[in-house]
Design a protein around this ligand. Sequence first.
Ligand code: SF4
Ligand code: SF4
Length: 91
Amino acid sequence: MGSVEKSKENLGKCLCMKCPSYTFTCKIKSMPSNAMDMMKKDISKVDHMEALFCAFGKSKCITDEKGCMCRGCEIYKENNLSNSYYCLGGK
Ligand code: SF4
Ligand code: SF4
């Protein structure tokens, strides 16, 4: 498995935001850093983000396994990933 690219294109394909493990509280907390800032920045230089966990590593907010959507994600297939719960286990 190679490393997943931190790109806006990949962020757009990531299913984490639609996942049951990504709680409503986490979405609210990550809103300012994700939605607005990220669209302006070059995200390849960003250290942490609350999405695209297979590229950015563990979440600072998600704590429970409530289902994982990674296996249905395009990034998962494109990068031959084999794990799930990247938000909890890291990349
Ligand atoms: S890594 Fe899996 S469990 Fe975690 S938020 Fe993304 S889809 Fe959901
Ligand atoms: S494989 Fe999982 S963590 Fe990676 S982009 Fe897809 S949904 Fe997000």
